[in-house]
Ligand binder design. Structure first.
Ligand code: FES
Length: 309
């Protein structure tokens, strides 16, 4: 991590002001925030100031942003010195940010620093021709293709002292360069190409049955639907049978009680029975007391003093 200091007074401009277009842009950014929260626009305004001032922030620009937002200059200074996206020193036309964090260091970033020193010069200084400057920075999130560097807004990965030196020279002389991996790998796939998903059958449909896979899937879906319908029908049938069985059980349980109550009762239609006889009278139940029997025997000529057996 490099020390974050303002540039020497010798290179500091006397003043800074947004040009008309940027002033208008800044007003639009500030208007996005609620009243009293205008300080929230400090990052975009500092970024725009840096863009206007050849890629770096002089003290005057920091103070101009503070005035614009009604902030204490020190508060804006704290922000500008904290974020490495803000350059506090002049930068070259091609500003190289070389990653020096562990993964890149393990993959040769130290050797790349030496290239920077040899080709460009000391860190945070601009080459004599104004074309290049460099700075060591923390991880830029492309560790998988380490070592790497960001130059202006592009990443250059898989650097070696040789290809890095050639890259810097191409930039210096305005020759076209290739961004991304410098050894030809695509994205962050393994060096030498991908090792997985290489079977062509994965992409021509043969794995899932070339030609008739749609028919097969349709048949599978149809069979599944039929099975589901058959299962539902079987369940409905079973439910119906269970309900019938329950009704029969209830009927069987109530029938004997009815029939027992009716047993022994002479049917009203039987001969010799008065149709209006109450079913619960002694006559109806077939039982008669001794008095009634004696009276019957007497009327039939039997001795009255002999009990009827
Ligand atoms: S360590 Fe260099 S990009 Fe992450």
């Amino acid at each position: 991590m490099s020390v974050r200091r303002l540039a020497p007074d010798a290179v500091q401009p006397a003043s800074f002001a947004f040009d008309a277009a940027n002033e208008n842009w800044a007003d639009q950014q500030i208007a996005k925030y609620p009243e009293g929260r205008q300080a929230s626009a400090v990052i975009p305004l500092l970024w725009k100031a840096q863009e206007q001032h050849d890629g770096w922030l002089p003290r005057a620009a920091i103070e101009a942003v503070a005035r614009k937002l009604g902030m204490a200059p020190m508060r804006v200074m704290e922000i500008a010195t904290f974020y490495t996206m803000f350059n506090l020193q002049p930068v070259g036309e091609h500003f190289v940010q070389l990653c020096g964090t562990t993964p890149c260091a393990l993959r040769g970033a130290e050797a790349l620093k030496k290239v920077c020193q040899d080709v460009i010069g000391p860190q945070s200084t601009v080459s004599a021709d104004g074309k290049l400057s460099w700075l060591e920075v923390e991880c830029l999130g492309a560790c998988c293709n380490a070592p790497m560097a960001q130059i202006n807004f592009d990443y250059y990965e898989d650097l070696t002292p040789e290809n890095f030196k050639a890259l810097l020279e191409d930039l210096r002389h305005g020759r076209p360069v290739k961004t991304g991996s410098q050894i030809g790998r695509s994205g962050s796939e393994p060096v030498g190409g991908g090792e997985t998903l290489k079977d062509p059958a994965l992409y021509d449909g043969t794995v899932i049955g070339a030609g008739d896979w749609q028919k097969r899937v349709t048949e599978q879906r149809k069979a599944a639907a039929e099975a589901a319908a058959a299962k539902a029908a079987a369940e409905a049938e079973a439910k119906k049978a269970e309900a019938t069985k329950t009704d029969a059980t209830v009927a069987a349980a109530t029938k004997p009680a009815t029939e027992t109550a009716a047993a022994g009762r002479p049917k009203p239609s039987e001969p010799g029975q008065p149709t209006g006889a109450a079913s619960d009278t002694p006559a109806a139940s077939g039982k008669v007391d001794a008095k009634s029997a004696a009276e019957s025997a007497k009327s039939a000529g039997a001795p009255a003093d002999k009990p009827v057996k």
